[in-house]
Ligand binder design. Sequence first.
Ligand code: T4K
Length: 393
Amino acid sequence: MRPSRNLRDNTSLVAPIGSNKNTTVNDSRTYVTRPDLPPLEDFLPLLRQIWESRTLTNGGPFHRQLEAALCEYLGVRHLSLFANGTLALITALQALGIRGEVVTTPYSFVATAHALLWNGIRPVFADIDAESLNLDPARIEAAIGPETTAILPVHCYGRPCATEAIADIAERRGLRVIYDAAAAFGVKDAGGSVLRHGDLSVLSFHATKVFNTFEGGAIVSPDVATKQRIDQLKNFGYVDEVTVVEAGINGKMSEFNAALGLLQLPRVDQAILRRREVDALYRALLTGVAGIRCLPPVAEVATNHAYFPILVEAAYPLSRDGLYDRLKAAGIHGRRYFFPLISDFPMYRHYPSARPENLPVASAVAGKVICLPIYPELDDATVAAACRLIAAP
Ligand code: T4K
């Protein structure tokens, strides 16, 4: 008879986090990000409540509380929680009945365009602006064709798009706008939350984001009817116990994730403040390093410092990959977000708009970018060490 496995000693059942790609357990390396978490002791009473109530999901009390708390924190009126940002993007496109072609950016995480393919929509890639790295409004306009129904811009690195110009194009050309605001948690422009722009905005609360619920996401809606429709869509299309009105999906956030979100929210301002200090330190230490360009701070924007991208220009003695490898060899694991361009992946490269000659700015930037580590726990000494390596290649 085989000896029974002792389930109390469960260490052998647990593979190291990220063991397929990168290891973060007992690991002295510095990664591009590291999730901020509340003390475990603070989470245990909430877990106990979940255990006692046996309400694990389907719009329980923590889910309702987190929706209300996020609306207040973000300054938006209607928000629907999701299991992750990708499901939220897919559902947002469903909710507006988007079909045909959608103009979007190649310079983003691949989920942006995947959400289109999952809806049977053809992406049309337009080039980005060299300074903001967001969609260039003139290139959006040029990409619109007879089958275009919407624009899917991304607030890249959480930095706001040219929202007024995009609204103007959408109005003149009769298009819907869904913002992929995955990285734009808490970002405000002169008029308030950036999440108010467009028909819908989609957030991600993934472990790597400024505000995380382990996995999670949300759609911000302008009115209660749209929120209700989205809430139906994320719950299989149910409206009551016996009525299903459309082919919905299971996009619901669990009580576990929502409870964590409630603990994370009071921490996020402090986390953003520390990110701001790290951002400022990088800028101070990298000023004057020939061939290294930091993105300029955005005027009149309260940003969240989600990422710290640098561009490695021709004047720098090493190639981008040369610097990336040098940092990695020293234990500083930046990431080349967003290289390769989405348009270079095999399921996209056959589209006419995916040709590099249509996307000269995005292609050039994807070849220069490194996102340096930035997160609340990162210490000044590590930032300084990274900058010394960059400054003396
Ligand atoms: N739209 C945009 C514009 C997005 O950026 C994203 C997600 C989405 C849509 C989709 O939202 P979600 O469906 O994900 O909610 C990461 C994230 O997985 C992804 O959420 C994020 N964007 C993207 C920019 O980055 P990877 O493949 O680079 O993640 P990974 O696992 O290599 O993590 C990066 C580093 O973070 C690791 O080296 C170590 C650290 N890390 C990561 C995880 C997962 C930790 O310390 N702990 C962790 O649990 O995609």
